[in-house]
Design a protein around this ligand. Structure first.
Ligand code: NAD
Ligand code: UDX
Length: 469
C-alpha cells in the first residue's frame, strides 16, 4: 500500500474542515491541504484571529495547533490535487431542486466537477476518497470519469469513507469515532488503497473500530445509518402526539423504552422536529434509490419518516396558535434558538425556520434570539422560506435580538426551538415580569421545568405532554 504523506481535501465545509483538521492533528507526518472554491470561506479558515467559518466546540483549538504546521487552507484547488497522494472529496451533495429526481435525488454536480478536476489536473496516481454522502454506486461514476480522462501512468483507486460526525460534537466524534467505515473494490489494488487509508486512521482510532467493507455497502451504510437515526426521532415524535392526547408523558415513555438494552437510551428525545443538512436529504435520497430499484413499498416506508417530521413541525405551530386563543395576529412571539440543534451555528433545515414562517403567515410579530447564528443567515433563511414576502416586510415583522431576555420583553409567548444550554438558565421570574399576561411558554425541546414555571405564573405547553388543567 502507498504510504500517504500528502492529503488534499476538496471542500472546506462542516465535514471537510473539522475532519481534515483532526487528521492533521493526529498525523503530524502528513501535510493536509484543504481547498475550496469559496474565497471567503478559505479566508475565514485562514483568519489571523481564528474567526473560523463554522462554530464547532473544540475546533478552534485543533486549528490553532495545526494551521501552518501541517494544515493549510487554500483556493488553489489544482495545486492541492497535483501534490496529494490521497484526495478526500468532501463537497456538498444537496437535494436536487429541478430536473430528474427533483426534491429527492442528490445533486451530484459538485462531486462530478471535483472528480473531473482531479482527472484533468493529476499527473500521478491518486487514491480518491468519497467523503461526501452519495447515492449507492456513485464511486462507479467517479471511476468512469477518472479512467476516461486520466493521463498515462496515472492510476486512480476510489474508496468510500462516509463521515458520521454530528455537528456540535464533531471534534469529539472525530477523535473518538464509534467506527470508521472504509469501502473499497475487493481487488488487490482496492484492498491496498483501503489499507493506505486505514493506516492513516490507525494513528488514533483502535483497529477494531476501523471497518472495511465493499464499496456499495459503505455508500449505502451511510444513508442507512442516517435513515435509522431519523426514524427513531420520528417514532418518538409520533408517540409524543399520542402522549399529548392521552396524558402520558413522552420523556417518561422514552426513559422506559430506552431501558430495554435492545432499544438503548440515546436519540429518543422528542422535539419540534429534526433538522440539519443530512437527515431529510439522505432519507429522500434513499427514497429515490428505492424507487429507482422499483421498490415502491420500501420508498413509501422511508418517506413516512420525513412526512412525520413535517407533521410534527406543523402540529407544533398549530398548537401555539390554538393555545393563544386561535389567533396570533399582531401578537409578539419570542423564538429562542434558530440553529437546528445546540452548539452549532448551522441552520440548514432548522425547525425554527418552518415555525417562524408559519407565525409570519398568521401575521404575528416575531423576536428571534440565537447565540451563534449570524443575522445575515437568519434573514437569508427567512427570505428563502417565504419567497412571496419582500425582505423589507419580513424585517418589519421580525426582530433579531441580542439576548433571550431582550427577545422575551413584551412578548405574549416564548417558543423554545433549540436546546441551547443557556435557555435552561434563564431568569424566568424576570422574563415573566416583562411579558404580556397571560404569559405563555411553548417548550419544543423539553428543557424547562414546567412545574416551576407554572408556579411563577406562566401557562406552559411542552411537547409530548397534555396541557395542565
Ligand atoms: P458544506 O456545504 O458545508 O461544504 C461543502 C464545500 O464544498 C463548500 O464550501 C463548497 O464551496 C465546496 N465545493 C463545492 N464544490 C467544489 C469544487 N468543485 N471544488 C472545491 N470546492 C467545492 O457541506 P458539508 O456540510 O461539509 O457536507 C459535505 C458532504 O458531507 C455532504 O455530502 C454531506 O451530506 C456530508 N456529510 C455532512 C455532515 C454534516 O454534519 N454536515 C455529516 C456527515 C456527512
Ligand atoms: C446527523 C447524524 O447524527 C450524523 O451521524 C451524520 O454524520 C450527520 O447527520 P447532525 O444532523 O449533525 O448529525 O445532528 P444530530 O445530532 O443527528 O441531530 C439531527 C437533528 O435531530 C437535530 O435537529 C436534533 O435536534 C434532532 N434530534 C436529535 C432530536 O430531535 N432528538 C434526538 O433525540 C436527537
Amino acid at each position: 500500500p502507498v504510504k500517504v504523506t500528502k492529503i488534499c481535501c476538496i471542500g472546506a465545509g462542516y465535514v471537510g474542515g473539522p475532519t481534515c483538521a483532526v487528521v492533521a492533528l493526529k498525523c503530524p507526518h502528513i501535510t493536509v491541504t484543504i481547498v475550496d472554491l469559496n474565497q471567503s470561506r478559505i479566508d475565514a479558515w485562514n483568519s489571523p484571529d481564528f474567526k473560523l467559518p463554522i462554530y464547532e466546540p473544540g475546533l478552534e483549538d485543533v486549528v490553532r495547533q495545526t494551521r501552518g504546521r501541517n494544515l493549510f487552507f487554500s483556493t488553489d484547488v489544482d495545486k492541492g490535487i497535483e501534490e496529494a497522494d490521497l484526495i478526500f472529496v468532501s463537497v456538498n451533495t444537496p437535494t436536487k431542486k429541478s430536473g430528474i429526481g427533483a426534491g429527492f435525488a442528490a445533486d451530484l454536480n459538485y462531486v462530478e466537477l471535483a472528480t473531473r478536476r482531479i482527472a484533468d489536473v493529476a499527473k500521478s496516481s491518486k487514491i480518491v476518497v468519497e467523503k461526501s454522502t452519495v447515492p449507492c454506486r456513485t464511486a462507479d461514476a467517479m471511476r468512469t470519469i477518472l479512467d476516461a480522462n486520466s493521463k498515462p501512468n496515472c492510476r486512480f483507486d476510489i474508496l468510500s469513507n462516509p463521515e458520521f460526525l454530528a455537528e456540535g460534537t464533531a471534534i469529539n466524534d472525530l477523535l473518538k469515532p464509534d467506527r470508521v467505515l472504509i469501502g473499497s473494490l475487493q481487488t488487490p489494488q482496492g484492498i491496498d488503497a483501503c489499507n493506505s487509508l486505514a493506516s492513516i486512521y490507525a494513528n488514533w482510532v483502535p483497529k477494531d473500530r476501523i471497518l472495511t467493507v465493499g464499496l456499495w455497502s459503505s455508500e449505502l451504510s451511510k444513508l442507512a445509518a442516517n435513515a435509522m437515526l431519523a426514524q427513531r426521532i420520528s417514532s418518538v415524535n409520533a408517540l409524543s402526539a399520542i402522549c399529548e392526547a392521552t396524558g402520558a408523558n413522552i420523556d417518561e415513555v422514552a426513559h422506559a423504552i430506552g431501558f430495554d438494552s435492545r432499544i438503548g437510551p440515546k436519540f429518543l428525545k422528542a422535539s419540534v422536529g429534526f433538522g440539519g443538512s443530512c437527515f431529510q436529504k439522505d432519507i429522500l435520497n434513499l427514497v429515490y434509490l428505492s424507487e429507482s430499484c422499483h421498490l415502491p413499498e420500501v420508498a413509501a416506508y422511508w418517506r413516512q419518516v420525513v412526512e412525520m417530521n413535517d407533521y410534527q413541525k406543523r402540529r407544533f405551530s398549530t398548537r401555539v396558535v390554538d393555545t393563544l386563543f386561535k389567533t396570533i395576529t399582531g401578537k409578539r412571539i419570542a423564538v429562542l434558538g434558530f440553529a437546528f440543534k445546540a452548539d452549532t451555528g448551522d441552520t440548514r433545515e432548522s425547525a425554527a425556520i418552518t415555525l417562524i414562517r408559519d407565525f409570519q403567515q398568521e401575521k404575528a410579530l416575531i423576536n428571534i434570539y440565537d447565540p451563534q447564528v449570524p443575522h445575515e443567515q437568519i434573514w437569508a433563511d427567512l427570505a428563502e422560506a417565504s419567497p412571496d414576502i419582500p425582505l423589507a416586510a419580513t424585517q418589519k415583522q421580525v426582530t433579531i435580538c441580542a439576548s433571550a431576555i431582550e427577545a422575551c420583553k413584551n412578548a405574549e409567548a416564548v417558543v423554545i426551538a433549540t436546546e441551547w444550554k443557556e435557555f435552561c438558565d434563564i431568569d424566568w421570574e424576570s422574563v415573566y415580569a416583562h411579558m404580556k399576561k397571560p404569559a405563555f411558554i411553548f417548550d419544543g425541546r423539553i428543557i424547562v421545568d414546567a412545574d416551576r414555571l407554572r408556579k411563577i405564573g406562566f401557562k406552559v405547553t411542552v411537547i409530548g405532554r397534555a396541557e395542565a388543567l
